[in-house]
Design a protein around this ligand. Structure first.
Ligand SMILES: Cc1cc2nc3c(=O)[nH]c(=O)nc-3n(C[C@H](O)[C@H](O)[C@H](O)COP(=O)(O)OP(=O)(O)OC[C@H]3O[C@@H](n4cnc5c(N)ncnc54)[C@H](O)[C@@H]3O)c2cc1C
Length: 471
């Protein structure tokens, strides 16, 4: 192995091949501190050619590679195993924006660009790059593509897959596939781009991409609305979809229990709505017409909702800073959970027509079987996506609760998801966390096809092995 380290050092320069334990350590534990691995070395290439050469050297030495972007994965996708024999390849030095094409409305960028910097670069040219998620200050475009990240704007603009027009990928053989066309139509056989998106680093290493841009909205109005139950919340969503159509850019749901946890850890995040509503919904409308136009529309829809008795209270943000504070409230739930301690995360999608039934039945089963358990349920309700997270009863040690009940709780939620024809991973991916659940969830045929694809594209099994599927 020393030979490989020496070769990598000659290729990249010694300072970009980290072998010291202290230097490697930030790359080896995931954001939630749930998974920790070991690595032979952490390598930091600067160019696509260097990535290709690293893969060739590793393939010759039969050493596996774990690609990593911002290391914000919720399913241990970017954490190596504990053998100490894998190479962790961080894309963070590949952070150049290659081009912003105004006429084509696209941005061409390297995989290590931090999401927020891409949004800022686009906004500086009056464009919107709509991908937006709580980790945007750290996650990178390559990681977003590899996980097909979702976030808060999916309702209007789709997930990362929908925003991508072209990719550059280093294959398991160390070849460079140049698929960097910014085309909106291209029916020339199998769509390789779609294959690599969402493959979590198991089929190829994404080094660059061409992404879509949109005109920057000139006005946005954000409101917090109280509802009594999920049926009313879905009725409210449908009303907004019908009346605001494509102006509806956000529809996020937070339960009272989630917001109480928020307030416990971040007292400045108090809910401005009266009387601790069962559900608080954050709604955002964006428009390319005047502020007046969208504000009037928002007020008219809310009036209709009050008349129909589907909402009990509403506060419209009076300025940008209040609108930001509403979004902060939503984003801080994840951080509040991290402060509270380990919890069991479920990132699921349910068809909207089954959501009410799912929540009623699953809440009931959970509370009967695990009395006192806290259900921290919130999410991108407009997409049917719930973060249905389970925290132990107050006063119970989280680690021992999880050891005792983790398997059974995941099984309970997964069974409910199957009953409602949902998905066990809406946006976070499979990684190592859900590797064992995939076969049952996808079915044998789909799982075998996925294994066949992995075997065809990475026969040596050196790209992020034992994540998503094992061959
Ligand atoms: C506070 C917080 C909020 C979040 N909110 C959301 C949300 O709303 N929606 C959502 O979808 N996710 C969310 N996430 C999860 C996470 O941020 C996303 O999955 C994100 O897209 C991961 O990007 P990353 O750069 O951190 O990737 P990493 O964590 O570094 O890697 C993720 C996976 O992609 C692979 N990978 C990384 N880069 C490459 C590459 N260049 N080529 C090939 N494979 C690669 C890794 O091997 C790993 O399997 C959140 C996370 C946090 C911490």
């Amino acid at each position: 192995m020393q030979n490989l380290i020496d070769q990598l050092g000659q290729l990249l320069g010694q300072q970009f091949v980290l072998t010291d334990d202290q230097e490697k350590s930030p790359y080896l534990t995931d954001w939630r501190k749930r998974f920790t691995g070991k690595a032979l070395a952490v390598v930091l290439p600067k160019t696509t050619t260097e990535v290709a050469q690293i893969v060739q050297l590793c393939a010759a030495a039969n050493v596996a590679i774990v690609p990593q972007g911002g290391n914000t994965s919720f399913c241990g996708g970017a954490t190596p195993d504990d053998s100490g024999k894998q190479i962790l390849l961080s894309l963070k030095r590949m952070n150049q924006i290659r081009e912003l094409d105004v006429a084509n409305q696209t941005i061409t960028l390297e995989a290590g660009c931090i999401l927020q910097s891409v949004q800022e670069k686009a906004a500086a040219q009056d464009f919107l790059f709509p991908l937006s998620l709580g980790a945007e200050g750290s996650c990178m475009i390559g990681g977003n593509l590899a996980t097909n990240a979702g976030g808060t704007n999916v309702l209007r603009y789709g997930n990362t897959r929908d925003l991508c027009l072209g990719l550059e990928v280093v294959t398991a053989k160390g070849e460079i596939w140049d698929g960097m066309k910014g085309l909106r139509k291209d029916n020339t056989g199998y769509d390789l781009r779609d294959l690599f998106i969402g493959s979590e680093g198991t089929l190829g290493i994404i080094t660059a991409a061409v992404m879509k841009l949109y005109p920057l909205p000139i006005s946005q109005w954000t409101t917090l609305v109280a509802t009594q139950d999920i049926a009313s919340t879905i009725a409210l969503l449908n009303l907004f979809q019908k009346r605001a159509t494509s102006l509806l850019t956000g529809f996020e749901m937070m339960t009272q229990e989630s917001l109480e946890l928020n307030e416990k850890h971040f007292p400045q995040m108090a809910n401005p709505l009266k009387g601790k509503p069962a559900y608080t919904v954050l709604i955002e409308l964006s428009d390319h017409e005047s502020e007046e136009h969208v504000r009037q529309l928002l007020e008219a829809i809310l009036e209709e909702a009050f008349k129909a008795n589907i909402v009990t209270d509403a506060v419209i943000a009076s300025n940008l800073s209040q609108a930001n504070s509403f979004w902060q409230m939503r984003e801080h739930i994840t951080l509040a959970q991290a402060e509270e301690g380990a919890n069991l995360k479920n990132d699921i999608t349910i068809p909207l027509s089954s959501l009410d039934r799912f929540i009623q039945e699953t809440d009931h089963l959970m509370r009967t079987q695990y009395p006192g358990v806290r259900i921290i349920n919130f999410g991108h309700l407009g997409d049917g996506n719930l973060h249905y997270n389970i925290a132990p009863p107050l006063g119970v040690d989280a680690k021992s609760f999880n050891v005792d009940h983790e398997k059974a709780i995941y099984a309970l939620v997964n069974a409910q998801v199957e009953r409602c024809k949902g998905s066990i991973s809406a946006e976070h991916g499979i990684g190592q966390l859900k590797l064992g659940d995939l076969r049952d969830h996808k079915g044998v045929v789909a799982h075998d096809l996925m294994k066949a694809l992995k075997a065809a594209l990475d026969p040596q099994n050196i790209l992020n092995p034992h994540k998503v599927v094992s061959i």
